[in-house]
Design a protein around this ligand. Structure first.
Ligand SMILES: Cc1cc2nc3c(=O)[nH]c(=O)nc-3n(C[C@H](O)[C@H](O)[C@H](O)COP(=O)(O)O)c2cc1C
Length: 414
């Protein structure tokens, strides 16, 4: 069972748009009410094709809203009042169409209007056919939402109602509950890092072999992006140093884009005097080609022998941050394929890190290139494992768990 006790007493506004997964929403409402939350449901016109307002009213104990122009509902609780009532908004399922409306800032129906009018954090649980989900327009819209501070939960991957297999299944109600319960702005965490500057590195680096080829890795940068976003929501000033291909970040996050490990090293050290906390999530290449050729290497030059690539070591960014003594807390990440915990414990000790977060990248369904992750946080006071969950939820949990360490070590600043 997910830990949901901090949902007790919360006002949750559940928005339901017109996707097949809407049939799961009465169970979701039931679980929220069981966890002690007050729930108001807002449906789009198309959601009525998939679930009845009668069921949702029965389980929530509140009338269901679906129309901006409902005079009686407006008289009872105006839509701006409803927007202010919410401690959190969850849109589940979020259709491709709803995601597009939110991404463009439309206020063309009650639900999209509420999202613009509410100061509450909005979580979005996409649910759609895998082909739709992977369409660049949907991905672009989701990236815009993330950059605007929306939290994206899921989707899961697997069998779909249409018979397809792949990403696009709505995150299950229990996991949605657990995600809402973990939201840093839902409890006492909002503002817990106010006054503190956190630097996060994320993504891969690329080390050029010649003008068209490079050495890199599978890192998507999503975990570091989510950590930067969680730190921002906890009130920190955030500097994000991002490798290539990392999706856009919230406008309040100070972002610097780099390509190589050497560039990342330089950007980190340029900005380090402003930082209190350093979280190194980036998958920095340990080695780079000794010589990056100015011209594309031609196959015929090596036709009669195997080609050998000489590599030289890149700077160890995290070790250099520890050695500089310029920040008060240093958190590292380790991606391991074997003997995961022992390797991470050894790495934390060897590098003198305050904490290390380790994930087992031999499981390809999580970690690299996935929206889910499962990690263990190792710090001087103990170890905490976080099971498979969306990276955004893991990020919230890590920030919450690390905050006492941040606060203790940066006491004079916070
Ligand atoms: C049977 C059926 C199932 C559908 N399921 C989904 C879905 O799971 N996800 C989605 O994005 N759209 C789905 N659609 C399309 C949406 O219902 C359609 O885009 C609609 O305009 C969404 O409106 P709304 O976002 O205002 O609720 C489905 C349509 C039909 C006919």
């Amino acid at each position: 069972m997910p830990e949901t006790s901090n949902l007790s007493g919360q006002h949750i506004l559940l928005g339901i748009s017109g996707g097949i997964a809407a049939y799961k929403t009465p169970i979701l409402v039931r679980r929220l009410v069981e966890a002690g939350a007050s729930v108001q449901v807002v449906m789009t016109a198309n959601a009525h094709q998939f679930v009845t307002a009668t069921s949702l009213q029965a389980v929530s104990g509140n009338p269901v809203r679906d129309d901006l122009w409902d005079a009686a509902a407006e008289a009872a609780m105006g839509h701006i009042e409803l927007a202010r009532w919410a401690d959190q908004i969850l849109i589940a399922p979020a259709t491709a169409s709803m995601i597009a409306r939110l991404a463009t800032g439309e206020a063309s129906d009650l639900l999209s209007t509420l999202c613009l009018a509410s100061p509450a954090p909005v979580s979005v649980a996409p649910a759609m056919n895998q082909q739709m989900y992977q369409h660049p327009a949907v991905q672009r819209n989701l990236a815009s939402l993330e950059a605007d501070g929306y939290r994206i939960i899921g989707p899961d991957s697997g069998d779909q109602a249409c018979g397809d297999q792949g990403p696009g299944r709505m995150t299950e109600p229990e996991d949605l509950l657990s995600a809402l319960a973990q939201h840093p702005l839902s409890g006492d965490d909002a503002g817990s890092l106010t006054g503190c500057t956190v630097m996060v590195t994320t993504g891969p680096t690329r080390e050029a072999i010649d003008p068209v080829r490079y050495i890199s890795n599978h890192s998507s940068g999503l975990q570091g992006l989510a950590i930067a976003e969680s730190a921002r929501r906890a009130g920190a000033t955030v500097i994000l140093i991002a490798g290539p291909g990392v999706p856009s970040a919230h406008w309040q996050i100070e972002r610097r884009d780099v390509t190589t490990a050497q560039e990342m090293y330089e950007e980190v050290h340029n900005s380090l005097p402003a930082a209190d906390i350093f979280i190194g999530v980036a998958a920095v290449a340990d080695y780079r080609p000794a010589n990056s050729e100015a011209q594309k290497i031609k196959r015929h030059r090596h036709a009669d022998s195997d080609m050998k690539l000489a590599l030289v070591e890149n700077p160890d960014i995290i070790a250099s941050v520890v050695q500089s003594g310029q920040v008060k807390v240093v958190v590292g990440f380790a991606a391991e394929t074997n003997d995961t915990l022992n390797n991470a414990r050894e790495k934390r000790a060897r590098k003198g890190l305050d904490a290390i977060v380790v994930n087992d990248v031999s499981d390809r369904s999580i970690g690299f290139n996935s929206t889910n992750n499962a990690v263990t946080l190792i710090h001087e006071h103990g170890e905490v494992a976080f099971g498979t969950q969306p990276k955004t939820v893991i990020a919230d949990q890590l920030i919450r768990e690390l905050t006492p360490i941040f606060t203790a070590k940066t006491a004079q600043k916070l």
